[in-house]
Each structure stands twice: as C-alpha cells, then as structure tokens.
Design a protein around this ligand. Structure first.
Ligand code: NI
Length: 178
C-alpha cells in the first residue's frame, strides 16, 4: 500500500491538461493501486492523476457502499475517459475536492452521462452514470483538463467554508470530496 501526497490548489499541475495514457503496463497498474490507496486514506470518493502529480488521463472512483448505484463499494479506474453523451438535464449539487480542503461548493452538472475509456489493463469500458456517480465522473474528468469545481461556480456565494471542528471535518467532508 502506498499513500501518496495529494497535490493542493496553487500547484500548477492542477491547471495543466493531462496526457493520454499510452502504455497499459505494470507501472500504470501500480499507479492505479496507489491512487486507490490515497483516495481511501483521504476518505474521498474519487481522485484524478494530476492530484497525485501524475499528468496522465486517468481517474479512480469508489462510491460509498450506501450509495444507490450498481458500482457502489467497488473501486475502479478509468483511463483516457471521454464523455460521449450528456443529458440536457442538469442539477445543482454539493462538491468538495481533496485538493481544496475545507471548502464545498454548489455546482451544476449533467444528471446522466455516458463515459468511454479503458480499464488499467487496456480493456475498453463504457459507464452509463447518473446522479452522484455522474457528478463524480464529471468532476474527475475536469481535473484531467486542468479545471477545478470552483471554476464552475455560478457565483462566489456558492462556495462555502466548512465551519466545523477539525474532528468533525473528516466526517462532514467524507461524501463530497473528490
Ligand atoms: Ni477534485
């Protein structure tokens, strides 16, 4: 198990466009394992390559088991993901980011999306995601293009500082940080 340091806002790598993964090799699979370890240690539900200082187009997600989603509780990686379809219906919802600790914000996202990519072995993978999973995937794919959720806030009033005791902060942020 290798928990990596999560890159924080202000680091330029978070603003760069990540490169497509070309080699589906053991090194990539080791990186995926590290990213899942890192995401779990931080009690996040998603993590993108640039957040561990790897400028590569890959992300990992693990929805909490209690989420009403077939993929809940099952960690997975998505490499070179592309949104190929998005619903016209959008919804505003709360998001946090492991690279922007102590804050959450309300962001509009497509309610349903279809994402195509590959798993860490290079096998093509299509995910039809809705609601929370769709939100998490849109947030993570944004990271691959150097976009942070704070860029998508309608106004500054939609960003909230978490006013909680440090002990509670973890719990409060648990289900929203990606
Ligand atoms: Ni994030």
């Amino acid at each position: 198990m290798a928990v990596r340091e999560i890159v924080q806002i202000g680091n330029p790598i978070l603003r760069e466009k990540a490169n497509a993964v070309e080699n589906f090799d053991p090194e990539l699979r080791a990186l995926v394992k590290d990213m899942i370890d890192t995401m779990r240690a931080a009690q996040g539900v998603g993590l993108a390559g640039p957040q561990v200082a790897e400028g590569l187009r890959l992300l990992v997600v693990e929805l909490p088991e209690e989420e009403d989603d077939p993929l809940a509780g099952k960690p997975f990686a998505l490499v070179n993901p592309e949104i190929i379809e998005a619903s016209e219906t959008v919804e505003e919802g709360q998001e946090g980011c492991l690279s922007i600790p102590g804050y959450i914000g309300d962001v509009w996202r497509h309610v349903e999306i279809t994402v195509q990519g590959r798993n860490e072995w290079g096998k093509p993978k299509t995910i039809r995601a809705s609601n929370f999973l769709a939100r998490v995937l849109q947030h993570e794919i944004d990271h691959l293009d150097g976009i942070l959720y704070i860029d998508r806030l309608e106004s500054k009033d939609k960003l909230y500082k978490l006013e909680v005791e440090p002990a509670e902060e973890h719990e409060a942020a648990e289900n929203v940080s990606v």
